[in-house]
Write a protein that binds this ligand. Structure first.
Ligand code: KG4
Ligand code: ZN
Length: 368
């Protein structure tokens, strides 16, 4: 697997990702070397609505998908002849958004005569950790020093935490994995987003909570950690409701008080303390379960993946509490991107047949 960039049999996969509100394309060689990494985020458009508006998301994908793919090829300094396959997210995600990426990839696969690989978005998040080299720092915006030093080894324990998923997955090999536990209600990123909204912080809530928490006291308020039958399952809706009740109480109102009128009555200190106290419990939950799974399954590598994996408090606590070393992918490979899609696409191309572009259907509610 440790090939040089220019070995003749190296395989260049173009990844395409449009499952939510990021339009992304990237080229990865042999699943580990990043050649280009283009992400056009719609966050600024959706921010004024406080969350992703699906119709606007699909329209925005249509507008930028072709320029994004062209830029990924240009940045990689490759022609279509040098692309060996196309990997595209087919689920889970927003239907309208998935359709734009998958129809584009299907059309390109037909026109350019390239094998096409459908990719599971949540499985792919883990593969951000397989990117350990960049060909050109300027073309990818990533520094080699910020990447993990080596490819993860199997068995591999992955904590995958995003806006749509919270799960612990044990990979025995590429394509061979077992779900140890998952959220029974809200994903942890969703809890960050919803708590941020009540606190009057910007969308997306994860980075906004993390920022506010820096100025807050994580011990100011005590929030509960849910107990579940399967110790590897998660539940974040109780925590979210506990934060809401605490805030209603703080301003002297009862549980009927509308959540959207709370923020204007909070002091900056109350906002920061609540953000810090919420983040502490959310992160503790993730860390405790990951540490427990590490002890039980003793994997050779532990990784974190998904947008919430960008959280510095999570990275810090995990490094302190795990009895083994852990390396992290850079934040821009944790949030939605196409490099992870191309990386997993490479391993799929080694193990499975490509699909007929005429037959690729999207799967918006795909599970692991
Ligand atoms: O993986 P991702 O980009 O999209 C999905 O597949 O859902 O994850 C987005 C989620 C959002 O809920 C966002 O608030 C959260 O990741 N997030 C964070 C941070 N950065 C993004 N959560 C906590 N701390 C962060 N620094
Ligand atoms: Zn994602």
């Amino acid at each position: 697997m440790n090939k040089d960039f220019d070995t003749i049999d190296s395989m260049n996969i173009l990844g395409v990702e449009t499952s939510c509100d990021e339009t992304a394309a990237a080229v990865v060689t042999d699943g580990t070397t990043l050649l280009s990494h283009v992400v056009v985020s719609q966050i600024d458009i959706h921010r004024e609505f406080g969350g992703v508006v699906p119709e606007i998301a699909s329209r925005s994908h249509i507008e930028v998908i072709l320029p994004v793919i062209s830029k990924a090829l240009d940045d990689a300094r490759l022609d279509w002849e040098e692309i060996d396959g196309i990997a595209v997210t087919f689920g889970p995600g927003l239907s309208g958004s998935l359709l734009i990426g998958s129809l584009t990839a299907r059309t390109l696969a037909l026109l350019k005569h390239k094998p096409l690989y459908p990719i599971h978005h949540v499985e792919a998040h883990t593969y951000a950790n397989f990117i350990i080299r960049v060909k050109d720092e300027a073309a990818t915006g990533l520094r080699v020093d910020d990447l993990p030093s080596r490819e993860p080894s199997f068995p591999l324990l992955s904590l995958t935490v995003s806006g749509g998923h919270s799960q612990l997955v044990l990979f025995q090999a590429h394509g061979d994995y077992r779900l140890l536990g998952q959220t029974q209600d809200d994903a942890v990123g969703e809890a960050f987003d919803k708590v941020a909204k009540v606190l009057g912080l910007e969308y997306p809530g994860g980075p906004a909570i993390a920022q506010a928490a820096k100025a807050g006291d994580p011990k100011a308020y005590k929030f509960p950690i849910s107990k579940l039958d399967n110790p590897y399952d998660f539940s974040f809706s109780g925590l979210k409701t506990a934060v809401l009740r605490h805030l209603q109480n703080l301003i002297g109102e009862d549980f009927n008080y509308p959540s959207h009128q709370i923020a204007m009555r909070l002091s900056p200190q109350q906002i920061n303390d609540t953000a810090a106290s919420f983040q502490l419990v959310a992160v503790q939950t993730l860390v405790d379960k990951t540490v427990m799974a590490q002890r039980e399954y003793t994997p050779r590598t532990v990784v974190i993946a998904g947008g919430v994996a960008a959280n510095q408090e999570l990275r810090h606590q995990l490094r302190e509490k795990l009895p083994v070393e852990i390396e992290y992918a850079p934040s821009s490979l944790c949030t939605d991107n196409a490099a992870m899609i191309a990386a997993l696409g490479y391993y799929k191309s080694r193990q499975t047949e490509s699909v007929d572009p005429y037959n690729l259907e999207i799967a918006p509610s795909l599970s692991m």
